[in-house]
Design a protein around this ligand. Structure first.
Ligand code: NAP
Length: 234
């Protein structure tokens, strides 16, 4: 088993990588930075905002039956600037779209092409509850996670048409105590009407730790939930 995990440098992705390494599984981590050193861990540096770096991404060295089956976790994600849509820049919109949507879609496609449907057991795209409801000042993020949800459902429909068995999930991990939440709490109340809710969640100790999310995801993946659809919350 090899786990390809994007956004492995911190937060949920780092906890997931460490969780599978502790279980003795192999992990390929893709992000711009890296803090993990382990004999079963390979770091692949890639900035998903740079289209050329996505073109240059090469995971073919892992196409080896010793590594199969393959699991892909499209976990890297950014919320971008927390402001109302009319105040934001082209760079904000392109960066959120590149990291949250384009890299996720491309890596689904690239992984299936490189390893073959029969060797890719599961693809988990990390989504968000914000992909199912509007959150003022998070418009690009909400739209990106809605895109991840519908892309995942469409990919699943294609896989069914082809008679293949790769499992596809789009999973919202709840509110997790990571740098993304720090950015949300540090936003300006002038720009983000929901800021106090997130400060309260932190003060009331209601956030999940990334390590808890890694355990919940692993537990979720131990059973086949495809009959219940593609979009899940854990
Ligand atoms: N935290 C929450 O409450 C929450 C709630 C719902 C959903 N989620 C989702 O959970 C996932 C993980 O989020 P998190 O909370 O763990 O966030 P985080 O701590 O901010 O980590 C984000 C990860 O994404 C990577 N990343 C960011 N920009 C990148 C780029 N340009 N190219 C490649 N990788 C990039 C980062 O790596 P580098 O900086 O090293 O590149 C980092 O490893 C995201 O998809 C997020 O939308 C989080």
């Amino acid at each position: 088993m090899i786990n390809i995990i994007t956004g492995s440098s911190r937060g949920v992705g780092k906890a997931l990588a460490n969780h599978f390494l502790e279980k003795g599984e192999k992990v390929v981590g893709i992000s711009r930075q890296n803090e993990i050193e382990h004999p079963n861990f390979t770091f692949v540096k890639c900035d998903f905002t740079e289209k050329q770096q996505l073109y240059d991404l090469d995971l073919s060295v892992f196409a080896d039956p010793e590594n199969y089956p393959v699991r892909l976790f499209n976990n890297a994600g950014i919320i971008g600037e927390i402001k109302r849509s009319h105040e934001l820049t082209l760079t904000h919109y392109t960066d959120v779209a590149m990291v949250n949507i384009v890299a996720t879609q491309f890596l689904c496609s690239y992984t299936l092409q490189t390893f073959g449907f029969d060797n890719v057991d599961t693809i988990v795209n990390i989504s968000s509850g914000a992909g199912e409801r509007p959150v003022p000042s998070w418009a690009a993020y909400c739209a990106s996670k809605a895109a991840v949800n519908l892309f995942s459902e469409t990919l699943k429909a294609e896989i069914e048409e082809l008679g293949k068995s790769t499992k596809i999930y789009s999973i919202a991990p709840g509110v997790v105590d990571t740098n993304m939440q720090v950015a949300i709490r540090n936003s300006s109340p002038k720009d983000f009407s929901g800021q106090q809710n997130f400060i309260d969640l932190k003060e009331n100790d209601e956030l999940r730790t990334p390590e808890e999310v890694a355990i919940l995801l692993d537990e979720f993946l131990r059973e086949d939930h495809t009959d219940l659809g593609v979009i899940h919350r854990i």
